[in-house]
Ligand binder design. Sequence first.
Ligand SMILES: [Zn+2]
Ligand SMILES: [Zn+2]
Length: 340
Amino acid sequence: MPSSYLNFRFRYLDTQGKPNSFFYRQARIDEGIGIRLDTDTISIADIHEVSRYETHIALILRPYISLGKSIADNIIPNTSSLIIEVADDLAADAKSAIDQHRSTWEVYLKKDELIKQNKGYLFKAMQCPECEAWIDQTDIKETPYIYCKYCEILFDKHNEVMPKSENYKVCSECNYYNRVQSYPEFHFYALPSHTKAKYQKHYCCDTCAQRYHEQTAWRNGLYLVGIPFNIYLKNKMSKGTSQLYEGLTEANRLAQDGNLKEADVIYSALLMRNETHPGILYNLGLAHFKAAQDSDENRILHLEKSYRYFEKSLDMCSNYQPTLDFLKFYKGLVWKVRVN
Ligand SMILES: [Zn+2]
Ligand SMILES: [Zn+2]
């Protein structure tokens, strides 16, 4: 069991993302108590999902559990979730500490269950080299890569993290695998008497950022103050990308816009450099699925190709969650077509 614990300060957030109080309260995560938020605690077993966006952490709790008053008062209405803001730059550490305890609890539960069935010898788990969460490997086909669903990296059986894997993941806006980072978006609006700026933040991939940039560039270009910002955005998109994944932003964009032929040329070059990459194979599966939706005559051909790429992605990493999730959706879809 991990012996790690973490003390931090937090504030509850409301549905608008605004803090519910001016002052921060004390919190602690450890193996014995789970998570203590001010005076109330949540047991690790009651946490269903954890996600983080910058300083904010969303905790999705299992439904129908009994909660202390201060936690219950701050549950987002009609959900079983809490959103907190973590102070002092400790949000990533807090999420990682919760994931470590949560994953340890899950694999111990699995081990216990197998021992009860006299199948303890089947139990297998690996620790993520990046976030140290435990990943259940029982009944999972051994493949070249392992996926950590907690920090979304890929690593091999020698615990080597795939190059740049910590920055490359599936974008929550377009669902394609690419580099994902935080991007600002700035709009300037001409009003009768003055110019007003509107600022938004996106946590998205380079392809999505490129779209935002194009949407805002011409408008911002009308105002001198917007020009340096557009240059900054363009620089951020091109800096720090890995040579291994050169062309990925462009290929995803072409595929999303329905230009599969051109996308395929770049994807093929990418596959020559990364022939076993579960994320790129997953993108090809998505690209052919989109082509199947768009084309009447070649629908079956694209669906077959799409399925084959998803299968290849799982041959490289049998627990690659984005592919598993898509296949679940995919099977539901085939069923729906048959019924109708
Ligand atoms: Zn991890
Ligand atoms: Zn995206």
